[in-house]
Ligand binder design. Structure first.
Ligand SMILES: [Zn+2]
Length: 397
């Protein structure tokens, strides 16, 4: 399977200029290709094939108007076309209903004002990590890297990204063979919630860590500052950069937390079960949905691929009945339980039920897992995994 490993880059001013040129050239190639296809379509001509687009790029480089494209690695330009082709394929598949998830629109023009600029080098672009540990990029140079964790193999490609906060990253793709962890006994059901990030069927409740809550608070303050600044003023631009940085920090902190928690859960359990988020989404308010859904689905995606990577079982259950109404001890369905009802006693069997733990136990039961603790029990504490074990899916950075 393919895993992504991201590291911070610290290009020199000269390298930043070379990268800016490469971002610009890749953008022009992408936009030229998109425009050519749009014009062909408007003129009633057939779809321009990938090969034809590639040939046009080669021809364009020989013209005075586009000669400067030769200043950057040819692979970067070909990869920009590959991005365009992939965007079209996804769009067509979405039109035909061959893709799950939300509908995908046609490719859009890239802009120098986009919040994220990216270029990709493949192995045949001869990017290298020479002794000394810098990243050698063709026509850019040896860029300093902060190796926050070891790179566990030979990467097949590297994407160089500049984010809205002006930071640079290298995201390597590595093909790895899954290595199973030793078998273990426990299994767990997980309820993802608003009050706690996750509640486990053994009674443990996991809150977002303090470093994440602090970063979120900081982001809110920066956004408030920004909204008070006069439009078009220099101070507003400064505040905008601060908001972008705070945003990036929240995203980083959240990703770290997701990696640590998913790794700990996978290491500890032979099987994990979660509710299908698409199903549970119906029950929540729009605000909660917008804030939390993206984070939850990224976390669940991590659980899923780590389970595959380490030889564990991952089960996603669809919800056919509201898990909050069913007593996890005797299975009887009680009346509706509004959100403010946090705990109750089952009228049939007399078990005291905690709303979240009860739901987690029901998830585990629906997945056919053996449940190890009764619904009312609360166990404190949770050991989080080391950051070095974290890996990310393509696109999850
Ligand atoms: Zn009961």
């Amino acid at each position: 399977m393919r895993l992504r490993y991201s590291y911070r880059l610290y290009p020199t001013p000269g390298q930043q200029q070379a990268l800016a040129r490469a971002f610009g050239c890749a953008r022009v190639v992408f936009n030229d290709g998109l425009r050519a296809r749009q014009e062909a379509r408007a003129a009633g001509l057939p779809y321009i094939t990938d090969a034809e687009l590639s040939a046009r790029l080669t021809a364009a480089k020989a013209t005075p108007e586009r000669a400067w494209l030769s200043d950057v690695s040819a692979v970067v330009l070909q990869q920009a076309l590959a991005d365009l082709n992939a965007a079209y394929r996804n769009f067509f598949a979405s039109l035909k209903g061959e893709r799950k998830g939300p509908a995908i629109g046609p490719p859009r023009f890239r802009s120098r004002k986009d919040l994220r600029q990216a270029i990709r080098f493949t192995a045949n672009a001869r990017f290298k990590i020479p002794p000394g540990g810098k990243l050698r990029l063709p026509k850019v140079g040896d860029v300093p890297v902060r190796w926050s964790r070891p790179l566990p193999g030979d990467p097949s490609s590297v994407t160089v990204i500049k984010d809205s906060a002006g930071r640079y990253f290298a995201s390597f793709v590595i093909e790895t063979e899954p290595g199973a962890l030793p078998q273990t006994g426990p299994t767990t059901g997980i309820d993802l919630g608003l009050k706690h990030f996750a509640v486990l069927s053994d009674g443990r409740k996991i809150a977002s860590p303090r470093f994440l809550r602090r970063a979120e608070k900081n982001l809110k303050r920066r956004q408030r500052d920004l909204s008070r600044k006069e439009k078009g003023s220099r101070n507003r631009e400064k505040a905008r950069v601060k908001v972008a940085r705070a945003h990036a920090r929240v995203a980083d902190a959240r990703r770290d937390f997701h990696h640590q928690l998913s790794m700990a859960l996978i290491r500890e359990n032979q099987a994990v079960a979660v509710e299908d988020l698409a199903v549970r989404g119906l029950a929540r308010t729009r605000l909660a949905k917008s804030v939390h859904d993206a984070g939850w689905s990224r976390f669940v995606a991590m659980l899923e691929y780590k389970a595959r990577l380490y030889g564990r079982t991952f089960i996603r259950i669809g919800r056919f009945e509201p898990t909050s109404r069913t007593c996890s001890a005797c299975g009887i369905k009680d009346g509706p339980k509004p959100l403010h009802v946090r705990e109750w006693t089952c009228p049939a069997c007399g078990t005291w039920l905690d709303r979240d733990i009860n739901a987690a136990v029901n998830v585990a039961k629906a997945a056919g897992l053996a449940v190890t603790a009764c619904g009312a029990q609360v166990r404190p504490g949770f050991a989080l995994a080391q950051r070095s074990e974290a890996g990310t899916l393509p696109g999850a950075t």
